[in-house]
Design a protein around this ligand. Structure first.
Ligand code: ADP
Ligand code: MG
Length: 454
């Protein structure tokens, strides 16, 4: 019987290679597989309006991809929450064997499609990942050769899965006859559990056959095998079968073998036979380059300032950093505004990043505002009531309230001991004026830009 989640995940892999990242994230990622009705796959979307958009703009593409994953599916139905109960009543519980994913006739095909978005050429190489990258390339050039097994480890979102897919894509291209299998550890564990559950049937020997008949086996996120004693044992045999026949084993993990616990010693030592290559979080320069590459792939113009702004907000997870870029692209698409300045990027991301954690303080805001208006700080913090000082004074107060979380009385004391009511008055007045005053909007954005570029 077909597993609806696997079917949908495989379909998403195909769709993510075909759609713009932003469309994928906004429309496809949010769909939830519900059930089958006949040969129709039922997916639920968040609201009536998103359902309409998905049906209209992506319906045909989704169906095409589902059919490629499993040709038995003939239709896709998008529903809303309100329709779910009704659909579940009609769902098929008895999908027969015919729904088992049909594999291509090519003998080398393992039924898995590597994500075309993940290649060597769009992987940005820096000090943090150069060894893992070079090793991945060497293995892809000569599978079964050096660095067997290749064990790539590093934190979440640092490109391990990307490298595995890049190896897969490369080998598929260069050695089309080689059978490559990529599997997540979760899936491997499930397969194993299923195999022992049906130990009387053929699935147990199928399990062994399935994994020992490949030329390259990639297992992603092996840390999840910790404390799975039975699966560890099975993997030990798979490993030996493959290794003895010069088949390549490539493993990823979020930590080195010595930190996976509990893990059988004989597996741990085997993991260390080949090459252990770690990936560290990339430096700022590399992160900016990654963002530029991702933006380019989406035909999105990303200014240097905005790239630097995003990259400096996320240091340890490229997936999260990409998420912010997607949000900026989405904001730009929705608002029709080019996001070239830091101020607009900040607006686009205000719900997602902690803008209060800045590398400047209240005095920097005051100094920058005074510089912008070309007035002396002592006049702005002093008692003078001339418009040329009052305006920068109120703007500086507004900006400090907006950008930094410090008590109103502390702000008052910076401005010559004014009380908190005066601070509130200035803040609210500028907030109000910003709704209609275009010039003021520009001035405030300019000052913010000066602050972020300091
Ligand atoms: P992991 O498997 O280590 O958790 P992924 O391989 O899923 O991380 O990477 C997360 C995202 O970050 C992917 O979209 C990937 O393309 C991107 N990424 C990570 N490192 C790089 C890099 N050096 N160059 C380009 N993209 C990268
Ligand atoms: Mg991964």
């Amino acid at each position: 019987m077909i597993d609806i989640n696997t079917l949908w995940n495989d379909t998403k892999t195909k769709l993510s290679a075909r759609l713009q990242a932003i469309s994928f994230e906004v429309w496809i990622e949010k769909l939830e597989p519900i059930c089958f009705i006949g040969h129709t796959l039922v997916l639920q979307s968040g609201s009536q309006s998103s359902k309409n958009t998905v049906v209209k703009n992506y319906g045909a593409t989704i169906l095409e991809a589902v059919k490629e994953v499993n040709p038995i599916i003939t239709d896709v139905k998008i529903i809303t929450e309100a329709e779910k109960a009704d659909c579940l009543k009609q769902q098929d519980y008895t999908l027969g064997d015919e729904l088992v994913v049909k594999k291509s006739d090519k003998p080398q095909d393992t039924g898995f499609t590597f994500n075309k978005k993940y290649t060597f050429s769009n992987f940005v190489v820096g000090k943090s990942n150069e060894i893992a990258f070079a090793a991945a390339q060497a293995v892809a050039e000569h599978p079964g050769g050096r660095f067997n097994p290749l064990f790539i480890y590093g934190g979440v979102g640092l490109g391990k899965t990307h490298l595995l897919h890049a190896i897969g894509n490369y080998i598929n291209e260069k050695y089309p006859q080689k059978r490559i299998m990529y599997i997540t550890t979760e899936k491997y564990v499930n397969d194993y559990v299923e195999a022992i559950r049906d130990s009387k049937s053929s699935s147990s020997s199928n399990f062994r056959e399935k994994y020992r008949s490949v030329d390259v086996l990639m297992i992603d996120d092996i840390q999840f095998i910790a404390s799975r004693q039975g699966t560890q044992e099975a993997l030990f045999h798979t490993f030996n079968d493959l290794y003895q026949n010069d088949k390549h084993i490539i493993i990823s993990s979020d930590r080195p073998p010595k930190e996976i616990s509990p893990l059988e010693d004989r597996l741990r030592t085997r993991f260390q036979w080949g090459l252990l290559a770690d990936i560290q979080p990339p430096d700022l320069e590399t992160r900016i380059e990654i963002l530029k590459k991702k933006a380019d792939a989406n035909d999105f113009y990303l200014s240097d300032e905005v790239a630097a702004f995003i990259a400096s907000n996320i240091e340890t997870n490229i997936r999260d950093m990409e998420g912010l870029l997607n949000k900026v692209m989405f904001y730009s698409q929705l608002s029709g505004q080019q996001v070239t300045s830091v101020a607009v990027a900040q607006e686009a991301l205000k719900d997602f990043i902690d803008c209060k954690k800045e590398h400047f303080d209240a005095y920097d805001v005051l100094a920058t505002t005074c510089k912008y208006f070309n007035v002396a700080e002592s006049d702005v913090t002093g008692k003078k009531k001339n418009k040329e000082f009052v305006e920068p004074r109120m703007i500086a107060i507004y900006l400090i309230c907006d950008l930094l979380s410090i008590p109103l009385v502390s702000i008052g004391s910076i401005f010559g001991g004014r009380d908190h009511a005066t601070v509130i008055h200035a803040r609210d007045k500028i907030t109000e004026q910003l709704k209609t005053n275009k010039k003021l909007n520009i001035q405030i954005n300019d000052i913010k830009d000066m602050l972020y570029k300091r």
